[in-house]
Design a binder for this molecule. Structure first.
Ligand code: ZN
Length: 162
């Protein structure tokens, strides 16, 4: 499993870049919508606690579901919050092969199901807000928000839809 995670996180070097997607689009005859959640899962940068923690934006990488660090592996394979959505994705993948599957194959063969799954990363955000009953942003949320508005400004010029 560790191997698999390393593979997932280093696949970018093997060529999952923006140039990669037009080729996939051709093959699948579908629009590829590079949403923030999708690129977060694929590129490993963005709104994932392990990433934010690595850059010291937040103090802990624990997932609000309480079952460990919020890495991409956790989100895809373990996170209780996304259990239902994962089952749907696994059912789709299982029609033609084994689970878990490489990132490359998830995108190439199961783009639609995978994109649908990445949309559900929203649930992880909601979980944090629901827990914050005081209505005030915690220190962690405040620094996360500041970070993302910074990233958004920085990335605005390279927003695109394929
Ligand atoms: Zn979790």
């Amino acid at each position: 499993m560790e191997n698999w995670q390393r593979k997932w996180e280093t696949t970018n070097k093997g060529g999952i870049t923006t140039e990669y997607f037009p080729e996939v689009r051709e093959r699948l005859h579908t629009k590829i919508n590079l949403t923030q959640n999708f690129t977060t899962m694929v590129m490993g940068r963005g709104n994932i606690k392990s990433y934010l923690h690595r850059f010291k934006i937040i103090d802990t990488s624990n997932c609000p579901c309480g079952n460990g660090h919020q890495t991409m592996e956790h989100i895809l394979l373990e996170c209780a919050t996304l259990q239902e959505d994962r089952e749907r994705l696994i059912a789709e993948v299982a029609k033609t092969g084994d689970w878990p599957i490489s990132k490359d194959m998830l995108i190439k063969k199961h783009y639609k199901a995978f994109a649908k799954f990445t949309k559900k990363l929203m649930k992880l955000r909601k979980l944090i807000h629901k827990k914050n009953i005081s209505g005030r942003a915690t220190r962690e949320e405040t620094s996360e928000r500041a970070f993302f508005s910074y990233m958004k400004r920085r990335n605005n010029h390279c927003k695109y839809q394929l």
